[in-house]
Design a protein around this ligand. Structure first.
Ligand code: GMT
Length: 375
């Protein structure tokens, strides 16, 4: 198949899923065309089946807000016509689904029918999409998509709950490439981070409010009182400086390291013992799955789709959003006993294997075929 993929080219979960999916489809012999405003962060290798088409947004003094959606729609018309694509798969509804709808209408005037699949990732439904500024357009463009997928049952249910949706939503969960995400021998790095055999806790995110990153610091403050440990904070975003300040205020900053945005996440996870994800909402929790694939158990909130990934008492524990004491208590419980920790690590990997890319990729391929055949 010739597949067009539209996504945010950043380190965010939806962009990562879209890019990894595109790479895997290209490996399977499909021709994959990324259409976005810059090279996707993880599109870092050459393949004869992978193409990248940049969306250039020209500015004009009249524009306080350059119209990206129009530039994207025009670029999609151009790429679909020239490359003769079979399907457009857009990740994150805003503004990709409506831009694809517009492109589809324009293409009809050239006698071209292109099916559009929209994958809902999370905040496009649970946060931004519900803003009245966008809601009518989001509702319309989901309903006008030829296929719609969501990354968890919870996100699917939320979409029906908060929007007037008429079409079926197929659940296709996030996936993991176990060749890349696996425990790597990084003993030298572990020695540098935890020279006295301390336990290593880790958090990776874009440090947005929805991640409750200050809770990560508060949980760690309680853990470090009981268990010699270190905290690695990976990623960057608006809440990061507050976390740094909180670490200083709590007198634990010597045990915390902020590593910023990192490409080789799997190497950091390989030296980690416990992953913290206390998010307010999380449609799936891809970062937690990446940790589990590297044998790192997870202490998380029980928000959104997290219970579909993290299994209570098996791969980690889930507590109510904001229950810092409960999360810290369970973290200590896992870390204080070597045998118990080792068992949780094995369980985490076993669970991650259920989301192996090799199992999930055919679900997307079959769905493309279904949608193409129906349109
Ligand atoms: O985590 C983020 O803030 C990025 C966000 C997004 O909307 O791009 O990620 C979402 O999509 C990921 C991939 O499908 C999911 O694993 C994340 O759980 C989801 N984030 C939220 O729902 C907050």
């Amino acid at each position: 198949m010739k597949i067009g993929i539209v996504c945010y080219p950043t380190f965010g979960g939806s962009g990562v899923v879209a890019t990894e999916l595109g790479k895997a489809l290209a490996d399977r012999g499909h021709q994959v065309h990324f259409v976005t405003y810059s090279q996707p962060a993880r599109l870092d290798f050459f393949s004869e089946n992978l193409f990248y088409h940049e969306v250039a947004v020209s500015s004009y003094p009249l524009f306080d807000y350059p119209p990206y959606e129009l530039a994207l729609a025009s670029r999609l018309v151009d790429v679909v016509r020239f490359e003769q694509l079979d399907v457009l798969h857009v990740h994150y509804a805003i503004p990709h689904a409506s831009a694809a709808f517009m492109a589809k209408q324009i293409l009809l005037t050239y006698g071209i029918t292109i099916p559009v699949i929209t994958t809902l990732h999370g905040t496009d439904i649970t946060l931004v999409g519900q803003d009245r500024t966008y809601k009518p357009v989001v509702t319309f463009s989901i309903n006008k998509s030829d296929g719609v997928t969501a990354v968890s049952d919870h996100l699917r249910n939320d979409t029906y709950k908060f929007f007037d949706i008429e079409n079926d939503i197929r659940v296709i969960p996030n996936f993991i490439d176990l060749n890349r995400f696996s425990l790597k021998p990084k003993d030298h790095f572990k020695k540098a981070i935890a020279p006295n055999g301390e336990k290593v806790l880790v958090h990776t995110s874009n440090f947005r409010k929805v991640k409750r990153t200050e809770d990560v610091v508060k949980i760690f403050a309680k853990v470090v009182e009981k268990i010699p440990s270190k905290l690695l904070m990976v990623g960057d975003g608006g809440e990061r400086s507050k976390c740094e300040q909180l670490g200083r205020d709590l007198g634990i900053s010597e045990h915390m390291r902020f590593l910023g945005k990192q490409d080789a996440i799997e190497e950091i996870l390989s030296v980690s013992d416990l992953f913290l994800m206390p998010s307010v909402s999380e449609s799936f929790g891809l970062a937690a799955l990446e940790a589990m694939a590297c044998k790192v158990p997870v202490i998380s909130s029980n928000a959104g789709g997290l219970p579909e990934l993290n299994v209570e008492g098996e791969t980690g524990y889930l507590r109510d959003v904001g229950n810092v004491d409960g999360m810290a208590e369970r973290a200590i419980y896992i870390l204080e006993d070597e045998e118990r920790l080792a068992q949780f690590k094995e369980n985490a990997l076993a669970r991650a294997r259920q989301f192996d890319l090799a199992n999930i990729l055919p679900e997307y391929e079959n769905y493309y075929k279904e949608v193409i055949a129906a349109s």
